[in-house]
Design a protein around this ligand. Structure first.
Ligand code: PMP
Length: 349
């Protein structure tokens, strides 16, 4: 059978091991809070024998109102990862290049390859941040899209508003820029870039958000993007029809109805994150400042062994061999275990 060789060679998207009753699954940056009763009620009212609204109009209207744009400038996808693929496919084909920071979200190289395009990873700085100057310098006549992740998965670092503005001044307006803000709601650094403030300012900028993290709907698959109508139309053209279910649309509307409550409870996670980070530093870890719901342990060549130590103690993190381990900040009960193991292994690094 003739399959595309670059697809055959792709490693499968790796998910963290599922937790059993004795372990905390801290490998996917999920939301640990119980699902809001209003969301459960909205889901229960769905009609699974009917197709969903293919355009998710009710959701787009709500989001458009929030961002002060028209519903035509909003697209809803089956997770923001789906919209990311739609955008990459809309902008890139074989021979075209996609630039992104590395290490960053592991879907970036995967989706670029699926689109048949060439991945151009640009190393993070020594302090685990986007090197936007180097990303801009990597632009060639083949470049079609640039992906910026803030806070960056897995290092948690943010791009500042000033850095991003300078970047947008250099990037030619013919190139699409995606600002992936999957963890926007966890950001407390006032200097960090905030997509909300950039909407409408750059026709080549798309802001990408998700309901998977702060809103706790990871399992239902819903994300959205806001951008210029021409770009959003192109992303719509590459969408798999009807992929956003009615259950997801209903859940998002219910989550938006209770948004203040859902976002307020994140303060607890942010406080926990800052406390964990501080404790890790006191143990001797070099931990980049995280504005997401996770922390990054740069464990280098010891990554596999350290990840195993964590797993044996009941902490399932996301290990990137040779590089580091990303651990979600979630259940309060996981923190003492995390810190105990971290304190033990830091001496062996
Ligand atoms: N962007 C980043 C940076 C992420 O970390 C994730 C989830 N791991 C996503 C996008 C995709 O999230 P979803 O498809 O669930 O919206």
């Amino acid at each position: 059978m003739r399959l595309r060789p670059e697809i055959v060679a792709l490693p499968a998207y790796k998910q963290g091991r599922q937790a059993d009753a004795t372990a905390f699954k801290l490998s996917s940056n999920e939301n640990p809070f119980p699902v809001h009763p209003a969301i459960l009620a909205a889901i229960a009212d769905a009609t699974p024998n009917r197709y969903p609204d293919a355009t998710a109009l009710a959701v787009r209207e709500r989001l458009a109102e929030r961002h002060g744009v028209s519903p035509d400038e909003v697209i809803v996808g089956a997770g923001s990862v789906s919209i990311l693929l739609q955008l990459i496919q809309a902008a890139c084909g074989p021979g075209d290049e996609a630039i992104y920071a590395w290490r960053s979200f592991e879907a970036y190289p995967l989706l670029t390859t699926i689109a048949g395009a060439t991945a151009v990873p640009v190393p993070l700085t020594d302090d685990f941040r986007h090197d936007l100057a180097a990303m801009a310098a990597a632009i060639t006549e083949r470049t079609r899209i640039l992906l910026v992740c803030s806070p960056n998965n897995p290092t948690g670092t943010v791009v500042t508003a000033d850095e991003f503005a300078a970047f947008m001044r250099i990037v030619p307006p013919t190139l699409l820029v995606v600002l992936d803000e999957a963890y926007a709601e966890f950001v407390r650094d006032p200097a960090a870039v905030n997509g909300d403030e950039l909407i409408g300012r750059y026709p080549n900028l798309v802001i990408l958000r998700t309901f998977s993290k702060a809103y706790g709907l990871a399992g239902l698959r819903a994300g959205y993007a806001v951008g210029d109508r021409a770009v959003i139309d192109a992303a719509r053209s590459t969408q798999i029809p009807l992929s956003v279910t009615e259950v997801a649309q209903r859940a998002v509307l219910a989550a938006l109805d209770h948004e203040a409550e859902l976002l307020t409870q994140l303060d607890e996670l942010v406080t926990r994150r800052d406390r964990v980070e501080q404790a890790l530093r006191e143990q001797g870890w070099t931990v980049p400042p995280s504005e997401g719901n996770f922390v990054w342990l740069p464990t280098g060549e010891k990554t596999a062994a350290v990840a195993e130590r964590f797993e044996r103690a009941g902490i399932i993190g996301r290990a990137f061999p040779g590089d580091g381990i990303r651990i979600s900040v979630a259940e309060h009960e996981s923190v003492p275990i995390l810190l105990r193991v971290a304190g033990e292994v830091v001496r062996d690094l």
